[in-house]
Design a protein around this ligand. Structure first.
Ligand SMILES: Nc1ncnc2c1ncn2[C@@H]1O[C@H](COP(=O)(O)OP(=O)(O)OP(=O)(O)O)[C@@H](O)[C@H]1O
Ligand SMILES: [Mg+2]
Length: 280
């Protein structure tokens, strides 16, 4: 659950002046801050103290952040630094001034072309992450942010390395990734791959094109069983406004066998583009 934005419970964090609470999610609390040295406005994710399972996870993330700092892609949230010290573990990121995809799904009028364009941007961002040898692991509407001009920025990518994630599965899967979006092979403790991100994007797109979650169950165990064994209703049957062809794409993304999903996000984007064109 994300805590609403508002007044912050602190005024500073490391060398940043904190001026706003942006929200609170499963992994930490996010503040807007101003770098007192450079004046740059940033978003600061202060991780919950229980988030890191052990020292090696902190070291792994520090190592990954050294790579993330060099990432450059329009659809990826820039990461500037990872600070560790007495004030806690803190990720310094680009500040994005628009809403997220959860807000979009609830509030924006139905427009298939616009929704397909958002998916294309997510595909571009995800493909870039995969090309750098990382997987996202936690793709969901809350981690798809928008700038005020509608540019998608993927956030919270690869907070766990693929191998480390699977080794930590026994300690509480639901605390590491968001259960509604998790691929079946991760539940079975296999390594995260680009195809597991494609599955999470499939669940995200299911929501975007049906405005409903694919599995409505009341327990985590049942949810895992659905991910492992049940195909959801076809999106076009759930929402008549969702074209059959888009529903077919989503169903392929949700295949239980990762090999049956799209080979990569570029292929998926091209396929969605063809559907978009054929509708004109
Ligand atoms: N870089 C950013 N710029 C602006 N707002 C941000 C940024 N990162 C996160 N936020 C906002 O802060 C709030 C909390 O984000 P957070 O990532 O902690 O939550 P979450 O995505 O729901 O959970 P989690 O990613 O931990 O699973 C959200 O409302 C999000 O839109
Ligand atoms: Mg997030």
């Amino acid at each position: 659950m994300v805590l609403k934005a508002g007044a912050a419970d602190r005024t500073k964090l490391y060398h940043f002046k904190v001026d706003k609470l942006l929200g609170k999610g499963g992994s930490g609390t996010v503040y807007r801050g101003v770098d007192t040295k450079s004046g740059q406005v940033v978003a600061l994710k202060l991780f919950h103290s229980h988030y890191f399972q052990n020292r090696s996870h902190i070291k792994e993330l520090a190592k990954s952040v050294a790579r993330f700092k060099k990432f450059k892609h329009t659809n990826i949230m820039a990461i500037y630094d990872f600070l560790t010290g007495e004030e806690g573990e803190c990720l310094v990121q680009e500040y994005v001034d628009g809403p997220d995809l959860t807000w979009y799904i609830k509030n924006r009028p139905w427009d298939i072309s616009e929704r397909l364009m958002i998916c294309a941007q997510i595909c571009n961002g995800l493909q870039y992450i995969h090309d750098q040898g990382f997987t996202h692991h936690d793709l969901k509407p809350g981690n798809v942010l928008f700038t005020r001009t509608g540019v998608v920025k993927l956030s919270d990518y690869s907070l766990y390395r693929a191998g480390l994630l699977s080794s930590l599965m026994d300690t509480g899967l639901k605390d590491l990734v968001t259960p509604m979006y998790i691929a079946p092979e991760l539940i079975n403790k296999h390594k995260a791959t680009p195809q597991s991100d494609i599955y999470s994007l499939g669940i995200t797109m299911y929501l975007l094109f049906t405005e409903k979650v694919p599995f409505e169950v009341d327990s985590l165990q049942r949810l895992y069983q659905c991910h492992l064994k049940t195909m959801p209703d076809h999106p076009s049957a759930v929402n008549r406004r969702c074209p059959q062809a888009i529903g077919d794409v989503i169903m392929r993304m949700l295949a239980k066998d990762p090999n049956e999903r799209y080979q990569d996000c570029d292929m998926l984007r091209v396929h969605l583009g063809e559907i978009g064109k054929s509708r004109i």
